[in-house]
Design a protein around this ligand. Structure first.
Ligand code: ATP
Length: 525
């Protein structure tokens, strides 16, 4: 191992003094390893000189330079001290820390990264981050955009567990004097440690439900029911209108169950044709049908073994598939398409529907026996109409998310914006509310969403009112009058496509039409 001599040279701050020092070192036939220059101070690092005499000589020669005051041995150059201090700091952290250059090559990293990447440090240094991760991590985007990020989940699942990867990462850009991103630094926290930390300060329930927004009594009650039934293995049937968050609740139940560290697999029974659902659910053996891949394929039941299978829109399943599903639920075994072998699977089923299954049974489109198998624990997810007090909280939640996605800086809403939303009947529930907020954010040029930014779908808005009548809600007379007024306004504007003509048809002034459209947040463009 090479050893080094390090010298500190104290001097007057004179122009050309560094050049004189370099010349002297050169004349003594010594090659410099590192050089650090400060006002009144120069540090040099050279290979250890074998003969003491040579060392004495160089010191003497350096002292002979005009302006040099003192020369002494030191243990480390100040840049070395800083680097070692930094290493000690990053190695003391129980997260992965790495820095990459503009090409994406790892230049600096701490010991923990060896655990993360399942490899030794010599295989990490200089390696491209994409190669190490096996995918484009957010740090690559940071290099391109220069935008810092916080707490993004990065996930890679591999059959070989040693190559699996599940971390929470935050990234910071390193900029040059002109503000151009020249490098990036990221920290990586193991997901289990992140969960453990979070659990230490919030309860598991709080953590799991943190993205299910709302504290109305109906949603709180639903969350409580979900927590208490999560622990068992019983089949759950989630009922509720479209967009009420059934899938979110299904995921939450899975995360609160003892199966949390196994797969949660979701399939939408309405999205695929019958034959595809069957092969997706049960898998198939080689050559079982035209187009089947070589070696066959495992189905989702198998993938969800020891985990949870979420069967969304169960009401759309055809009768033959209902019969097959029933058999699996009864026997706990699956048979791949084209196979005669029964395989045991341990899967918790959470089904969901917005259909009236009881009606379907009467019409013979849903099997009664399957219904009873699924309806072990029915949970009703309340519609947005039933919890309008959550609207404001949900709107603010979506503003936060969409600000990031749209690069906006909306700070909130004006009171009237929420007041308008509360009046609507929301057949599309939370999904629809999110769209409305997104549209309003597109139209908003200030910091707060105003009712002028509300852009409702005409057809839908008209239908909402009809819907609300059919639902027979307990509207106050004022609400009913407003609903009728709104319906007529929409219909007149659709027919006449001009404020003046609509005003004439309704027997009011042009200004009244404009004011009322504004009042109801109806944009007519
Ligand atoms: N309480 C909530 N807080 C925050 N976001 C929510 C909430 N409920 C639903 N969402 C969001 O609304 C959208 C629809 O939710 P989800 O898909 O879970 O509804 P669903 O009831 O399963 O709908 P469908 O019946 O149409 O499949 C998703 O983007 C979801 O994240």
């Amino acid at each position: 191992m090479k050893t080094y001599l390090r010298l500190e040279i104290l001097s007057h701050d004179r122009m050309g003094i560094v050049l004189d020092i370099l010349k002297k070192v050169y004349e003594n036939n010594i090659s410099i390893h590192s050089l650090e220059v400060f006002p009144n101070k120069v540090y040099i690092k050279v290979e250890t000189l074998e003969e003491a005499e040579k060392k004495l000589n160089i010191v003497k020669n350096l002292l002979s330079i005009n302006g040099v005051l003192k020369v002494r041995d030191i243990e480390l150059l100040s840049c070395e001290k800083n680097e070692r201090r930094l290493r000690a700091i990053i190695d003391a952290v129980q997260d992965g820390i790495l820095a990459i250059n503009q090409k994406g090559e790892v230049e600096l990293f701490n010991n923990y990264c060896e655990t993360i990447f399942h490899t030794k440090r010599e295989n990490i240094v200089g390696k491209n981050i994409k190669e190490l991760l096996g995918f484009d991590g957010p740090i690559i985007n940071l290099l391109k955009t220069g935008e810092n990020y916080n707490n993004i989940e990065v996930f890679k699942r591999n059959n070989d567990n040693n190559n699996s990867f599940h971390y929470i990462t935050s990234g910071r850009s390193v900029k040059d004097d002109k503000g151009k991103t020249i490098a990036a630094v990221a920290s990586l926290k193991d997901i289990n440690e992140a969960i453990e930390m979070s659990n230490a300060i919030t309860s598991k329930e709080e953590f799991v439900f943190k993205d299910i927004i709302g504290n109305s009594s109906s949603i709180v009650k639903t969350k409580n029911i979900c927590s208490s039934v999560a622990k068992s293995n019983s089949t759950i049937l989630l009922r509720g209108e479209s967009g009420t968050g059934k899938e979110l609740f299904a995921r939450a139940i899975h995360k609160l169950s003892s199966r949390a560290d196994r797969n949660f697999i979701a399939i939408n029974c309405a999205a695929l044709p019958d034959n595809l659902i069957e092969s997706e659910l049960f898998g198939y053996v080689e050559g079982s049908f035209t187009g089947a891949t070589k070696n066959g394929k495992d189905g989702l039941f198998k993938a969800a073994d020891n985990g949870t299978l979420f069967l969304d829109e169960i009401g759309e399943l055809s009768l033959p598939l209902q019969a097959k599903l029933l058999r699996i639920l009864q026997e706990g075994t699956i048979r791949k398409i084209g196979s005669t072998v029964e395989e045991k699977v341990d899967v918790r089923i959470i089904a969901a529907t917005n259909r009236n299954l009881e009606d379907m049974i009467k019409k013979n489109t849903f099997r009664e026996d399957l219904y009873y198998r699924l309806n072990v624990i029915p949970i009703y997810i309340p519609s947005l109409r039933e919890r309008i007090e959550d609207i404001s909280m949900l709107v603010n939640f979506f503003i936060k998310i969409l600000n990031k996605q749209m690069g906006k800086n909306i700070k909130g809403t004006e009171m009237e914006f929420i007041e308008e939303l509360v009046k609507l009947s929301w057949p599309g529930n939370i999904r629809e509310l999110k769209n409305v907020v997104e549209r309003a954010m597109n139209l908003c040029h200030g910091y707060f969403l105003t009712k002028e930014n509300l852009l409702m779908d005409f057809q839908k808005a008209a239908n909402h009112e009809i819907d609300s009548e059919n639902h027979g809600f307990n509207f106050k007379l004022k609400d009913v009058v407003e609903a009728a007024e709104k319906k007529m306004l929409i219909s007149a504007m659709q027919n006449y496509k001009s404020y003046r003509k609509a005003a004439k048809a309704l027997g009011v002034s042009h200004t009244t039409i404009v004011n009322k459209l504004n009042k109801y947040g109806i944009n007519f463009h």
